[in-house]
Ligand binder design. Structure first.
Ligand SMILES: [Fe+2]
Length: 232
């Protein structure tokens, strides 16, 4: 599904699949955001890339929003295809341990361990072949959850993982994500949204539900309001 001139939804919502996988076309390569759970998600990615005649482009980078298996379960396969991985520090350690929380967890089955080249401990910017990426730490859903902010096709785009998705009839409602993660924290979630709620944003591409391509600031504001009302 083509969302912007250079941003595609490769699998997930609208394809009957759980986790959203995004592909950014930049400089003759694809930067992937999240990689979902298993082979069925990758089959969907490959069909979508072929449909848009992008299947000859290399996947150079995989930006992981958080360690959960429905977002990072295919990391090792994408890494073997040649991608370099980025994740928040705490979650990068989980990916490198195969998504295995200490003591295990009933909601999150383990997956194949995979090295993470770029571990993000603090808000920072890095460059992917001329595309400037700003990583914003928003712990709460997981300790190492990240937003990735980029300007693509003259739009400020936020890739937000499960920290924030958009739902509702027109994608107007904030969905703050699953609260059953072993390290889920209401306090950290509120602190995270306090940092980002008034950011400029055109597009908001969440880990599930509806990708928003315009006027995303209302969803960001709504997320902070919801977190304050329910969790402060
Ligand atoms: Fe999650």
């Amino acid at each position: 599904m083509r969302l912007l001139k250079n941003v595609y939804l490769l699998s997930g919502s609208g394809f009957g699949m759980l986790g959203n996988i995004y592909g950014i076309v930049h400089g003759g390569r694809i930067i992937m955001v999240d990689c979902a759970t298993d082979r069925s998600d990758l089959d969907c990615v490959d069909r979508t890339l072929a449909y848009w005649e992008l299947d000859k482009l290399p996947i150079s980078d995989l930006l992981i929003t958080h360690w959960h298996n429905d977002h990072a379960g295919n990391a090792a396969t994408i890494h073997r295809r040649g991608a370099e991985l980025t994740a928040g520090l705490a979650d990068a350690l989980r990916v490198e341990a195969g998504g295995m929380p200490e003591g295990g967890d009933p909601f999150f089955p383990p997956y194949e361990a995979c090295p993470v080249a770029r571990k993000i401990g603090d808000d920072c910017e890095f460059d992917l072949g001329g595309l400037k990426v700003r990583a914003i730490c928003v712990p709460g859903h997981t300790d190492g959850s990240l937003f990735y902010e980029m300007e693509i096709d003259s739009k400020i785009c936020l890739f937000t993982g499960d920290a924030l998705s958009a739902t509702g009839l027109s994608g107007e409602l904030p969905e703050l994500g699953f609260r059953g993660s072993p390290e889920f924290s209401r306090e950290k979630t509120v602190e995270g949204f306090a940092k980002v709620w008034n950011k400029r944003a055109d597009a908001l591409f969440g880990g599930h539900c509806t990708p928003v391509c315009e006027n995303a600031e209302a969803v960001l504001r709504g997320a902070y309001q919801k977190a304050l009302l329910e969790w402060r």
